[in-house]
Design a binder for this molecule. Sequence first.
Ligand code: SUD
Ligand code: ADP
Length: 288
Amino acid sequence: MTELKNCPAPAKLNLFLHVTGRRPDGYHLLQTVFQLIDHGDTLHFTLRDDTALRRVTDLPGVPEESDLIIRAAQLLQAEVRRRTGSLPRGVDIAIDKVLPMGGGVGGGSSDAATTLMALNQLWNAGLGKQELMDLGLPLGADIPFFIFGESAFAEGVGEALQPVCTPDCWYVVIEPGVMVPTAAIFGSEHLTRNTPAVNIADFSSHSGTAGFGKNDLQQVATKLFPPVAEAVEWLGAYGDARMTGSGACVFSAVATEADADAVLAKVPAKWQAWKARSLHHHPFTAKL
Ligand SMILES: C[C@@](CO)(OP(=O)(O)O)[C@H](O)COP(=O)(O)OP(=O)(O)OC[C@H]1O[C@@H](n2ccc(N)nc2=O)[C@H](O)[C@@H]1O
Ligand SMILES: Nc1ncnc2c1ncn2[C@@H]1O[C@H](COP(=O)(O)OP(=O)(O)O)[C@@H](O)[C@H]1O
């Protein structure tokens, strides 16, 4: 095999996100439910004759060397060399970028996770799922989840994962048109960091699960970025609207695709908005 085309990198939504404490290194301890959705980027991998790792698609604002796709590929290439003594062949990586950057839908992390899974196969590297998850974690806390490959209840910084049953539904997602820097939200003096711990059964036994808990990062993000507050208020007229991750995207669950279309038809033109269906499993791990 010399190429892997059309590899999906789906987005996630954080159905709730509680900040329960802080690690000694300053990183925040979270509890969250990650929901996979059927909207995302698509990556294409082609082996090269040398050992270079190249992104062949321009991504405005993200230099090639800092792209999580390239950094993930470098990590795995080095790991394969450590294990086998030889460097695997280089790769050209193309990306159809759909997901908003800094949107809280995990685009960069999902791209990196798909890269690790695709190159593990293309290079016959033979790493197990947990090994790939461990390799990805230092690059981004959401990467292990995407490799885990199913909707999950997460703790720690997001790396301690348990599968969880989530509702089959559609989501309307609004992009409020601002990029929210994750570090600024976690660094805010106004962030509450002591939400009492819940357990997976509390989430699972909640009937309207999309409305369980809250997003502790939302209060800070809406103060710093008024367009996020505006989107929460607007979408709130159609259901329980909340922010995903550290923002900026805002989502609400609806029962059917027709319901999603009805809300989308009314979204003010100044915002990008889209619909997505909940997924139980990652569409790429299912293919592997
Ligand atoms: C908030 C979440 C929820 O899914 O998602 P996104 O909104 O990014 O999608 C993640 O925990 C995002 O984790 P990760 O992707 O690793 O965050 P980064 O952007 O690398 O973090 C930027 C900075 O935020 C702070 N940070 C991040 C995560 C965390 N649990 N505690 C922190 O204190 C750290 O100062 C870190 O240096
Ligand atoms: N392949 C990539 N796609 C998106 N962002 C990337 C990528 N590689 C690096 N980044 C950087 O990571 C940051 C966070 O991106 P992203 O994962 O899309 O947002 P979020 O963590 O809010 O869901 C971006 O602002 C960008 O600078």
